[in-house]
Design a protein around this ligand. Sequence first.
Ligand SMILES: [Zn+2]
Length: 235
Amino acid sequence: MATFKVLDSAVPVPCWSCSVSHVESTLFCPHCSKIQPPTGGNYFSALGLEPKLNVDLAQLEQEFHRLSRRLHPDRYARASENEKEWSLADTALVNDAYRTLKDPLRRTEYLLKLMGAEIGEENAGKNRRDQSNLSRVPADLLEEAFDLNMQLEEMRAARKANAKDPELQQALDAAKEKFTTMLSDVDRDLRAQWVRWDEGDEALRKAAQKAMVALLDRRRYLSNLVRDVNEVLGA
Ligand SMILES: [Zn+2]
């Protein structure tokens, strides 16, 4: 099933200490338990997980703590310089892997990037008032986003002038609620795509990847709208 090169880490390499071969992405030799040089394995393999989107969080947590204990600097006080260095590099890898994989959105983005998808965080998010980003606006949100931005400008002007505008306030509260609901819809849809990716064949996975990239773009866009409203409302 592992037809994706980037996820295929089953290259056997000999242990530097005992010479018995093991899977490249293993942090410790299964034969002699010695720490191995960093292999450039991915976050999933670092934590002994299959590359899947539905992750067993209890197992993730357990593996993280187990590896953190095994990599603790005290254990390498009398080890060679190489082993000391590897333990630090592996600690950094394991920390990054844990932080990324325990978060549903970061995990999704990470896996999509592993699969070669281009995630649009460079295009969305930054320079959000730049007109060149207009092409990133999901088509069905174009009009509402335009209206919202007008209302936000009005509200900023009103705030500056110390004027109260209850009607505008109400409209912005309603917009915030609406976009927040849309955000939860996106999260629900993302989880449905997780299942397709985890359990699907290659064609289904490709389709799920495409859908997730679009959903993440949409999510980022909606988050920015909600953030802008919060900024103006002072929430
Ligand atoms: Zn060994």
